[in-house]
Structure formats: C-alpha cells, structure tokens
Design a protein around this ligand. Structure first.
Ligand SMILES: C[S@@+](CC[C@H](N)C(=O)[O-])C[C@H]1O[C@@H](n2cnc3c(N)ncnc32)[C@H](O)[C@@H]1O
Length: 389
C-alpha cells in the first residue's frame, strides 16, 4: 500500500501553504501520530504521518478511509512530496499508467444503496467473489439480470472491475465492502439469489464468519419468495455449522448436495478438487413475504453543539449495550480547534470503524456515515449522548 519515508520536515509549513487549503482540509494529532484530512478529486480520505524509531517520517494511507482507487492515494502522496519538497528515503507510490477505468461506472459505494429500489430488474448478490470467475460466468449467461458482487478485499474488487471492462459486461456492480453490512441495505423481497461460495471458515474466530443467524435473517428478508441463499463450501466444519444455523431458524426449507459439478470452477475449488476434498452445497429457500424495513435513518449531528472539553468526557473503555457497542478508540485534536474521533461501533458480529469530525463549524462522520441499519441508528443516537455530555 502507498507510503513514503522521508527525512523530518517542518510540519508547521502546512499551516501557511495556500496551495493546501482545499487539499489538506485539516490536521489532527494525538501523542503517537498526525492525521491529515485529504480531499482529492472529490474523494475524502486520511493520511497518517508517523515518526519511526530513527526519527524519520512515514506518510501512509489510512485503512478505515482508504478509497477504492489506490491511484488517488499514490497521487496525493506524490503531490504532497512535491510541494513540500520532501527528502524521500524510500517510497511505494509509483503510478502505472493504466487504461482509463471503463469499468468504474460499475463500481458502487455503500451509499449508492441507500433507499435503492430495483423495480422489475432481477438482481442477484454474490458475497466474497474472490477472482470473480463465478459472477462473470453468471452475468454472461444471464445478461438481463444484474449481479452485485461484494468483496471485502480491495485488490479482488479491482480485478473484477478490470474483467468487466475487458469483457464489456454491463450487468455487474462491484462493491468493496463487508457483505454482512451491505445486505442490510437491500429492500425486503428484492433479490433472486445470494451466492456465498467458499467463505473463509474462520474456525478460530467464528464471529467473523459471513454465515450467522443475523446474516440468515437478512437473507430471508431480502430474498424474494422462492429466492435462494446458496452456500458452497469445502469445509466440513463450516458445512455443519451452517446447517445448525439454518435449522435454528423457525421455518425453513434447506436442500443439500455433495460434490455437485458446477459449470465454472474457481481457483479455490480447483485446489480442493485436486486434493479430492468433498464439496458441499446448501440451499436455503425463502418463503417469506417480508415487511419493508425502515431505511430512511438520518445520521447527522444537527441537535448537538461543539464540545471543547470532549476529550475529558469520553469513556476510554468499550461501552457495551444490549445489541451493540461503542468504543472511542482514538481522540485526535485538530490543529486550530476541534476533535477527530476514531470509533469502533455497531453490532458485535459486524462492527464498523468510523471517524467523526467535530469542529466549531461542523460535526459529521468522515468520510461517510455508517451503513443505514436500525442498529447503527441506535448507535448514532447513543453516540450523540456521549458527544453532548
Ligand atoms: C476463500 S475466498 C473464495 C472466493 C470465491 N468465492 C471463490 O469461490 O473462489 C473467500 C472470499 O471472501 C471474501 N470475504 C471474506 N469475508 C467477507 C465479507 N465479510 N464480505 C465480503 N467479502 C468477504 C474474501 O476476501 C475472499 O475473497
């Protein structure tokens, strides 16, 4: 991931550089590091500035706010290095000229799904598409259906976007996000299929598994009547865990198949086949006509004011409530006044990390509000109480 290591430089210079006013929107510091709010080509993200053990400076990307286009990070770091005339010791920001990303219109952000309605358009979702072989195959076979692929791993998302461009596909959307959160954004009864092929088993951290009771509930809500959730796995343990999860659901139709041949074999599947491993398919059919969820939640901070003493009032321990938690992980003070908070929050099995920017002029999530779920709305209400204290 993009970064540069430089000799130390006078950071105060940033305060006087006119060129930076729209580019670096703020600087925030705590005892360990400095964060720069960057706005570049209309995209907002953060860069970290750390001092290493030799006293040199390391300028690098931030995981939580990282944009999908790595080029934006590389270019913004290169611009900073150029304007500040930094003495670079090592770098990883070489830009390779690639063809204009034809597929970028097929790249969607979580915000694009707020209150989305598909009307008569048939829509399927693939969770964790990896190399994208299966979703590309499906999209090619069913040109009238829209395939939404959600993948948490950014390079895989980029690879699929490239494939879409190369094969001139027009019916795939790519979302680089946690599928467990994205699923909550869909309207009830809107999906034909949900594919989960070879999910990471997470044997030691089961709470990170994609399949869970809440994922099943959301799948049953978002699938149309007759729609299927399709799990394909090579893991005996995951297979039995999934069956147990599915059968705990009050009313359910489950079908199971062993060693079924698919028209398309992914990289993972090919590996398991070479090892003569058993492969299990499990289908769960939805028979629910689910009521629509409320999805028009607001995530603004209009009812609270700037709190100059915030740092002294926020709890340092995780705050655990019945269905969610809030943890104020880091509190940075903004040069010139204000606070930048890094917060871990949300449901226990699918938490989000967010930044909250609080200055005398504005209070907002950065770069975007949490996913608009009922749980996150409750989290947001509680957060306001903490910020208002
Ligand atoms: C073992 S790979 C399987 C890839 C592909 N489905 C296949 O059959 O080859 C699992 C994929 O799921 C993705 N993944 C894991 N957790 C995820 C989540 N919560 N949301 C979206 N993708 C996830 C991983 O990044 C990885 O690409």
């Amino acid at each position: 991931m993009p970064h540069i290591k430089t000799k130390p430089f006078n950071r105060e210079i940033l305060n006087y550089h006119q060129e930076f006013n729209d580019f670096i929107t703020f600087r925030a510091t705590d005892e360990h590091e400095e964060l720069w709010g960057i706005c570049y080509e209309g995209v907002e993200f953060l860069l970290h500035l750390k001092i290493d053990s030799d006293g040199n400076y390391l300028l690098k990307y931030d995981k939580v706010t990282r944009p999908l286009k790595v080029e934006l990070l590389k270019k913004s770091i290169a611009i900073l290095a150029d304007i500040l005339k930094l003495e670079i010791l090592s770098a990883n920001i070489v830009s390779y000229k690639t063809k204009a990303p034809l597929a970028s219109m097929y790249q969607k952000s979580i915000k694009d799904f707020e209150n989305i309605e598909f009307g008569t358009q048939k829509v399927s979702l693939e969770v964790g598409f990896g190399s994208g072989k299966h979703i590309v195959y499906q999209a090619t076979q069913n040109p009238d259906k829209l395939y939404i692929g959600v993948e948490i791993h950014t390079p895989s998302a980029q690879q699929l976007l490239k494939q879409i461009g190369l094969q001139n596909l027009t019916n795939i959307w790519v979302v680089n996000y946690d599928a467990r959160l994205l699923l909550e954004m869909f309207a009830s009864n809107s999906l034909e299929e949900i594919y989960v092929h070879f999910p990471v088993p997470w044997d030691k951290k089961p709470h990170r598994r994609v399949i869970s009771p809440s994922f099943l509930t959301q799948s049953m809500r978002t699938l149309k009547i007759g729609g299927t959730l399709e799990l394909r796995t090579d893991s005996d343990r995951y297979f039995w865990y999934a069956l147990q999860t599915f059968f705990a659901y009050p009313k359910i139709e489950v079908k199971v198949h062993k060693n079924r041949d698919l028209e398309v074999v992914s990289k993972y599947e090919a590996r398991w086949r070479r090892q003569a491993k058993d492969i299990y398919d499990v289908w769960v059919v939805s028979h629910e006509n689910s009521p629509q969820d409320r999805r028009d939640f607001k995530f603004d901070f209009d009812t609270i004011g700037y709190n100059n003493g915030l740092k002294n009032t926020l709890p340092s321990e995780s705050q655990i409530f019945e269905e969610y938690f809030i943890h104020f992980e880091r509190i940075y003070s903004i040069v010139g006044g204000g606070w930048l908070l890094r917060v871990a929050m949300g449901s226990f099995d699918r938490p989000e990390h967010k930044f909250i920017l609080m200055t005398p002029q504005e209070i907002r999530y950065m770069p975007s509000p949490p996913v608009a779920t009922l749980t996150n709305y409750h989290v947001h209400q509680k957060l306001q109480e903490f910020l208002n204290e």
